[in-house]
Design a binder for this molecule. Structure first.
Ligand code: BJ8
Length: 385
């Protein structure tokens, strides 16, 4: 695959954004930290605040979190807390943006996260949205709507800015614009051969909730324009087309996608929160409808494994695998993530019915299993070639 100019641009973006966040705070703008795609960006921006994602993807900060948390929980949770509690005296380098938030808006999703948030509140004021976990009922929608109304009040109080319906609708339209651009990018990946590697797409999408919407749109337009004209070597269409499904791959974590692509596969889709789950559905822009209701309807339908039953996810994994014409699915679970780990059984059952092979792997952020994963992935790629 050719080296993309967008990726060069992306390398310089981190420092720029950190300076931007710092400057915003100096000018009195509140910066909110988030951990999950159930927290609507639109509300934060409509309150005149900015936001940045705090999901950790680095192994280095995990020992710092283990002073507060048991060792046997998911690395994403430990890496995130470790980055926040890092006071710089440890000699461990964590990303600067973790220190630039005034408040955290978290959500009750998996057990590990919600208990970690109770500790987090000792370090940064943390507001937690309660999330009903049976998404297919009217009562759940009403409850979630109330939760978002409470969040709206909290944000208005915290920022001193009123969230009007007009402001909210404008932000919904802006977020939808990003979602449509992501659809365009993913549509390019349906080509055979794909004009872009999965690792490059992942590095872009990991910035989705870190960068400002304006900058992220700019990057998406840049990459789409660049790859539209690429005609990859025809021989690369012999590479097996792979979809990753499962846990998110937070910024700093590209371990498994790199192994897959170094071993000869090409990732053409991610059924993940660092993938389709974050942008697939749009928010209704109907101006005659309460935008808070539109937000609730869209967000409660995110098919995270914390939902039960999670029929929507089972359907969407199969639909995506077919739509992106994949040869196989690599099911990615982070160690101790029980939700995604257990759900692998039902996902595999559905994929089997559709005749799509699946390899299930469980890993963490360390390098200790790279060789072992490589051997299993090699064998799977060979099987689906
Ligand atoms: S919507 S996937 S971002 S909760 S990997 S911390 S689930 S034990 S990150 Fe997530 Fe929101 Fe769901 Fe997406 Fe827990 Fe699993 Fe760790 Fe996870």
């Amino acid at each position: 695959m050719p080296e993309l100019k967008t990726m060069e641009y992306l390398k310089k973006i981190y420092k720029k954004r950190v300076n931007e966040l710092q400057e915003l705070r100096n000018n009195g703008v509140k910066v909110i930290g988030t951990f999950c795609i159930f927290v609507p960006d639109e509300l934060i921006f409509a309150a005149g605040a900015d936001r940045t994602i705090l999901c950790g993807g680095k192994n280095e900060t995990i020992p710092l979190a283990e002073q507060y948390l048991p060792r046997n929980i998911c690395p994403l949770i430990k890496s995130s807390l470790g980055s926040i509690v890092n006071d710089g005296c440890s000699g461990i380098d964590s990303c600067a943006h973790f220190g630039l938030v005034d408040m955290i808006i978290a959500e009750n999703t998996c057990d590990g996260k919600k208990k970690m948030y109770e500790i987090l509140d000792d370090f940064i004021p943390t507001y937690v949205i309660d999330l009903p976990q049976r998404p297919d009922t009217d009562i759940a929608l009403q409850y979630f709507l109330q939760e978002l109304e409470s969040l709206k009040t909290e944000l208005e109080h915290f920022t001193g800015n009123e969230i009007t319906s007009t402001k909210l609708l404008d932000r919904i339209k802006e977020s939808n614009e990003i979602r449509k651009l992501l659809h365009q990018l993913y549509c390019e990946r349906k080509r055979d051969p794909s004009p872009i590697s999965g690792v490059d797409v992942l590095k872009i999408i990991q910035k989705q909730f870190f960068l400002s919407p304006t900058e992220f749109k700019h990057i998406l337009k840049m990459v789409i324009e660049e790859i539209e004209h690429i005609q990859p070597e025809q021989e690369s269409n012999t590479k097996p087309r792979v979809m990753i499904a499962g846990c998110p791959l937070s910024g700093g974590n590209t371990k498994v996608p790199k192994i897959i692509e170094e071993r000869g596969g090409v990732i053409v889709c991610e059924e993940s929160c660092t993938g389709t789950r974050s942008f697939w559905d749009l928010v209704d822009e109907d101006e005659n409808k309460d935008p808070m209701l539109s937000l609730s309807q869209r967000y409660i339908n995110i098919p995270c494994s914390c939902m039960s039953p999670n029929k929507k996810r089972l359907e969407s994994v199969v639909d995506l695998a077919q739509e992106f014409n994949v040869d196989g699915v690599i099911y990615y679970t982070l160690q101790f993530c029980h939700g995604y780990n257990i759900e692998a059984y039902n996902v595999q059952k559905e994929l089997k019915k559709a005749g799509i092979p699946m390899l299930s792997i469980e890993t963490d952020y360390s390098d200790s299993d790279i060789e072992q994963l490589g051997v299993r992935i090699d064998a799977f790629l060979e099987m689906i070639s």
